[in-house]
Write a protein that binds this ligand. Structure first.
Ligand SMILES: Cc1cc2nc3c(=O)[nH]c(=O)nc-3n(C[C@H](O)[C@H](O)[C@H](O)COP(=O)(O)OP(=O)(O)OC[C@H]3O[C@@H](n4cnc5c(N)ncnc54)[C@H](O)[C@@H]3O)c2cc1C
Length: 325
């Protein structure tokens, strides 16, 4: 039976939600087409995630274990993925579209003489390959893409599919892999992370995004308070990252991060196309803006027209009351 193989990204011992979204879609396609849906974990310690992964019902969880996978390094990861493709012989290898998968998707496809279909927002199987939709030009255009052959390598934008648990009796199978440090041409010296206690924006269930309307320390304090009540990640428009009010790593948009939370609240953000490119996949969009004609209201599910300095304090108080009940 041919296999749809989902690569599971693991960060700090946790499975990335976006990988589970891709696995859930592959489970669905496997069921519809009488195929097998398998998962692949490449890690220094795959056993720390296999029990969690079983809740999502892949037929087989393939693991590749080596200390070199403690951090993301392209050379050993490519070698491991290549070994997995040889071992499993899948018709599809699916990744969540992350910085890491962007690094290796093309190289893996080239090494296997396979087609690569990056960054789709939906995909389906065809008789001899895959077809999908891919937002391009800051999501102004949705292009239709199709690739044939086996395997096809695909990466999927986060937020494109829901995560669905699935009962099953997943088998765990280790794939033989060896790697010599002598093959490591690039080594990792240091990881500089912006802040360890911050909620990871690309995985956050709730995102509060601050725009130019947030003018000063008082405004940023309100944003932090709102984020803390909702346990949300904080993002910003380019207007504020360029002004130095927020770290550049928090920029959402075409030249920043793509977020796909259950709830996005844009505060004092106009909704420029370049910003929308990074948050349009959010499930529920709330906008707070004093200009009733701000373009963000065109895509918002809920809008509050008003001055954020007057709107946010009672809004935060109400949320606190709701949460304490
Ligand atoms: C090549 C390129 C790439 C870009 N990439 C990105 C990107 O990745 N991400 C990004 O965000 N931008 C990006 N931009 C910039 C983008 O075009 C916009 O300039 C930017 O998103 C605007 O940010 P903003 O909405 O915060 O500011 P503005 O457009 O100035 O909007 C501020 C909003 O705040 C409202 N406001 C003001 N005061 C208050 C108040 N007291 N209460 C409530 N509302 C208030 C105003 O009504 C207004 O709608 C890019 C631009 C280019 C050319």
């Amino acid at each position: 039976m041919s296999t749809l193989l989902t690569y599971i990204s693991v960060n700090d011992g946790k499975i990335k939600r976006s990988s589970l979204e891709v696995l859930s879609r592959c489970n669905e396609l496997a069921e519809e087409n009488g195929l097998s849906s398998a998962a692949l974990v490449v890690s220094d310690n795959p056993s720390e995630v296999t029990d969690e992964l079983k809740k999502f019902g892949p037929t087989i969880i393939y693991t590749i274990q080596n200390p070199v996978f403690k951090n993301h390094l392209n050379t050993p990861l490519l070698k491991a993925l290549s070994a997995a493709v040889d071992h499993v012989n899948p018709r599809l290898v699916a990744f969540a579209s992350t910085e890491g998968s962007k690094d290796i998707l093309g190289a893996l496809a080239a090494s296997k003489s396979a087609a690569a279909v990056p960054d789709v927002s939906e995909f389906d199987l065809t008789d001899n390959g895959v077809k999908g939709k891919r937002p391009v030009m800051a999501s102004k255009i949705i292009s239709s893409v199709e690739a044939s052959g086996s395997p096809v390598m695909i990466s999927v934008r986060s937020g494109s599919y829901d995560v669905a648990e699935k009962a099953g009796d997943s088998k765990v199978e280790a794939i033989d892999f060896s790697f010599s440090d002598a093959d490591l041409k690039i080594t990792l010296k240091e990881i500089i992370s912006a802040s360890s206690d911050r909620v990871d924006l690309s995985e956050a269930e709730v995102v509060i995004a601050a725009g130019r309307g947030v003018k000063d320390e008082e405004g940023r304090k309100l944003i932090s308070e709102l984020a803390s009540v909702l346990n949300a990640g904080i993002g910003a428009s380019r207007a504020l990252t360029e002004a130095g009010a927020y770290d550049p790593s928090l920029q959402i948009g075409q030249t920043g991060k793509v977020v796909s939370p259950q709830l996005y609240i844009g505060v004092g953000i106009s909704g420029a196309i370049q910003h929308v490119a990074g948050m349009a996949n959010s499930k529920v969009i709330v906008a707070i803006n004093k200009d009733p004609d701000a373009p963000i209201f065109d895509i918002a599910d809920y809008g509050i027209v008003g001055d954020l300095y007057k709107v946010l304090p009672p809004f935060i108080d109400e949320l606190k009351k709701v949460k304490s009940n």
